[in-house]
Design a protein around this ligand. Structure first.
Ligand SMILES: [Zn+2]
Length: 79
């Protein structure tokens, strides 16, 4: 028989990037793996939201700053 299983992935609340985008995997069966992966990729957690490295920064006091769409765009231009 075929049985459904529940899988999880994590996407950036800023730009929609999938945390698995640069990995050979597309999803995970344990949320804890996703949290490890997000840590490895230096993603930030803000309450129930998650942000990829392109979508946040820290200010001088190490406060999390979520970039606006315009700021992300400027960053890409510089590269
Ligand atoms: Zn992002």
């Amino acid at each position: 028989m075929i049985k459904d299983i529940k899988m999880y992935t994590l996407v950036c609340d800023g730009c929609g990037k999938d945390v698995n985008e640069d990995t050979p995997y597309s999803c995970w069966n344990e949320i804890s793996y996703l949290n490890d992966l997000a840590d490895n990729e230096s993603w930030a957690k803000d309450g129930d939201k998650d942000y990829c490295r392109d979508c946040f920064d820290y200010d001088d006091e190490h406060n999390l700053i979520i970039k606006t769409k315009e700021q992300r765009h400027q960053n890409k231009k510089k590269k």
